[in-house]
Design a protein around this ligand. Structure first.
Ligand code: KG4
Ligand code: ZN
Length: 340
């Protein structure tokens, strides 16, 4: 079979990214232009600014991705693009760009689900990984425990009932004065703290084994901070960060291991921005080792938003025959497993 080269575009939130991917798993380039510096000024992502910055940067990012891959538009077999979920204005920039290139070059257009992309990030560095496997998806907007039954096919076992794991990291980081982006800052601060210092609750959803809840934990952190302020007690930021992080990690690992045992899954993967978390990676790895489960995780650069993962997921959609028309639209609340 001839090589299949896909240009992938990702613009669902605050990263403008493009990548050229060969045969699904070989990354020829992976260009990410982050807007973090700009949004830091506002303490979080400002959707209008994100869209504007995507427009300013997307052509440059694509040009660089092609150049680094030593590829031209004429060498491509398809264009893959994230079309949901995400910020509508941000998604529209990538979708419009992908359509324009695909139309001009008469190439197939493949819309990719952003979360499907996060899961596919695991294929990039693990050539042996094939479905079925269990995957914990933890990003800024999603917390799902799924069985990946086949490429792009998921059975959802559990999901968050309130905040996503990444959202909890971001909100707690703001409360303890670490600012945006919260996840990496808590990860770093926690390394200096004692994870047993404060006994924050482990969120349980009464009627479900696999669903998650983080709002009680978030409230517990806020109550702890308020109480300390009212009683003029000093707050050890590193201890709060480490104890909060431990509480999140314990629940994520426990649910994942329960599912692995129940379903007798011998392969476990993690995906999404929070999968870059040092404590989660270590704890999941140890838990898997103890149970003789093979553990897969993308390098941190492939955990947070990037276009290589979209090219990887797009390749398997390409093989399945998925082709989108010129009416492909951004779907901000696209559900996992749903086709737009
Ligand atoms: O997957 P992602 O880049 O974007 C979404 O699709 O949402 O995830 C972003 C989330 C943010 O909430 C961010 O704080 C979190 O992932 N994150 C982390 C770490 N790096 C990113 N959370 C914990 N530890 C990290 N090292
Ligand atoms: Zn993401």
């Amino acid at each position: 079979m001839n090589d299949i080269k896909i240009l992938a575009i990702e613009s669902s939130c605050d990263e403008t990214a493009a990548s050229v991917v060969k045969n699904g798993r070989t990354i020829l380039s992976n260009v990410i232009s982050s807007q973090i510096d700009i949004h830091t000024l506002y303490g979080g992502v400002v959707p209008e600014i994100a869209s504007r910055k995507h427009i300013e940067r997307i052509n440059q990012v694509i040009r660089r991705a092609l150049a680094e891959a030593d590829t031209t538009l004429d060498d491509l077999d398809a264009i893959a693009v994230t079309y949901g979920p995400g910020l509508v204005g941000a998604l529209l920039v990538g979708v419009a760009e992908a359509k324009a290139i695909a139309y001009a070059k008469k190439l197939p257009l493949i819309g990719v689900h952003h979360i499907e992309g996060h899961v596919a990030a695991n294929y990039i560095e693990h050539p042996d990984l094939e479905p079925p496997f269990l995957c914990l998806i933890v990003s800024g907007g999603h917390t799902h425990l799924v069985v990946v039954k086949d490429y792009g096919e998921f059975e959802i076992l559990g999901r968050t009932r309130d905040d996503a794991a990444g959202e909890a990291f971001d909100k707690v980081a703001r409360a303890i004065g670490l600012g945006y982006p919260g996840g990496p800052k808590i990860d770093k601060a926690a390394k200096e703290g004692n994870s047993c210092a404060i006994g924050f609750p482990r969120g349980k959803v009464g009627d479900s084994t696999y669903d998650f809840t983080f709002s009680g934990l978030k409230s517990a952190v806020l109550n702890y901070l308020n109480h300390a302020e009212m009683t003029c007690q000093p707050v050890n930021t590193a201890d709060v960060a480490a104890s909060f992080q431990q509480s999140v990690v314990d629940v994520l690992v426990e649910h994942t291991m329960n599912a692995a045992k129940e379903l007798n899954m011998k392969k476990v993967a993690i995906a999404g921005g929070v999968a870059a978390n040092t404590a989660l990676r270590t704890a999941m790895e140890e838990a898997c080792k103890k149970r003789k489960i093979t553990f897969y995780r993308p390098s941190p650069i492939f955990c947070t938003d990037n276009a290589a993962m979209i090219g990887c997921a797009g390749y398997y959609e390409y093989l399945k025959g998925t082709r989108h028309g010129w009416d492909l639209n951004a779907v901000p609340n696209l559900k996992l497993g749903e086709r737009g």
